[in-house]
Design a protein around this ligand. Sequence first.
Ligand code: ADP
Length: 250
Amino acid sequence: MKEQMESVILQCSEVTVDFDGFKAVQGMNFKLEKGELRFLIGPNGAGKTTMLDVICGKVKPTFGRVIFSGSVDITKKKEHQIAEMGIGRKFQTPSIFASLTVFENLEIAMKQHRGVFAAMRAKLHSEDRERIDAQLAMIGLEDKGEWRAGGLSHGEKQWLEIGMMLLQEPEILLLDEPVAGMTDNETEKTGELLQEIRLTQSIVVVEHDMEFVRNFASKVTVMHEGKLLKEGSMEEVQRDDRVAEVYLGK
Ligand code: ADP
């Protein structure tokens, strides 16, 4: 039992979000184990993005609790505090510095994490360079460190932003449709990157691309009208009549 508790990295209990009388999320329970690559799916308006907003502190639930790392109640914490505690959020539009190089973008992310913005011009130690080089290799941009980030392809920009997140050492990564607009090849590479990341971190992905979910999900959570509709393996979820109804009825 204790071991089971320790493997839970995030627990959302009875989360409800009321936007001026409209319940975008209602009594949602969501538990994430360490090392999971979890996909959150459901039709438009199901409340998926709002759930990510609650977890990262952008939206405060009107009811319910969010517990991080087994015992830390983050329900009322501010967004920046939650980020510092180790929950990173990536939105659909990459927030990279287009006029800086790929390497410089990663450098900024690393320094930002260390809280040394004031020392931006401080020399990089060799171990810092090695760390950034390793990150460049992990995201498949080892040959593009000196490229201007604005000149990267759409997929490469997404990977750069994931690399920037990783240098901030999150325990959980929250990703909003990371493969939207990617080529098939980029989508495949992104799936492989997420598989590699989950060896050390936990990931929640809001996703519409069902083929991507099918290929890479360990577990899927289906939301509908702000509520949990079904949870399980992709096979279990696909076999569920209610899930089929929700998708076909779209
Ligand atoms: P999904 O990500 O599953 O498409 P969302 O979480 O974005 O769904 O939205 C769930 C519902 O909440 C939608 O009906 C949406 O219009 C509504 N909603 C989202 N954000 C707000 C907001 N800030 N104010 C009012 N309604 C909102």
